[in-house]
Design a protein around this ligand. Sequence first.
Ligand SMILES: [Fe+2]
Length: 213
Amino acid sequence: MKNKTDHKNPTANQNAEGSERARPILHQQAHEIQPYGKIAKLPIALDQQVCATSVELLNQILADTITLRDLYKKHHWQVAGHTFYQLHLLFDKHFDEQSELVDAIAERIQLLGGISIAMAADVAETTFIPRPPRGREEAPVQISRMLEAHEIILKEARTVARQAADAGDDGTNDLLVSQVIRTNELQVWFLAEHLVDVPLVRADNAKAAASGS
Ligand SMILES: [Fe+2]
């Protein structure tokens, strides 16, 4: 809407027009430019059907990776006990590494012409990782929960990596093998060693000798 012309004050008119043009246009709406599930093919020398299959499979791994990433942050905040500081830091390191995987998987989906799952509600509907309680859990339970999540992702990443290689989608295979699988395997090691029941100070043999048995 144009302001009324003020003949007595041309500078005021210029200011009004100037600010009119600089004003942000808010509350805009339109149809989506690409519906979810449809492929907007890019010239990457891959068949559209190959892209569509990789996109669908990668979105499952993306939803599960976002869920595991968020599980790490939940446990980073809520961890308790003697190993609080160590686990607090470790969980955040793994969170950062999972965040990088989330970005790499999501951007691979986009470059394949697909649409990456992004929002929490869509992730919650898609993920295979069981929902944890809102409350706090003991550290061994937190770790067990994350080990199960890692194994779900590793299983699907290995299957999809093989399928992608067979279909000629080497980029997806490489992402899954050299980033997703390697990172998850390493994190499993760092977590699982915390569930090995070894004494902190006195060796088991020493305890047995002291009790005379
Ligand atoms: Fe923090």
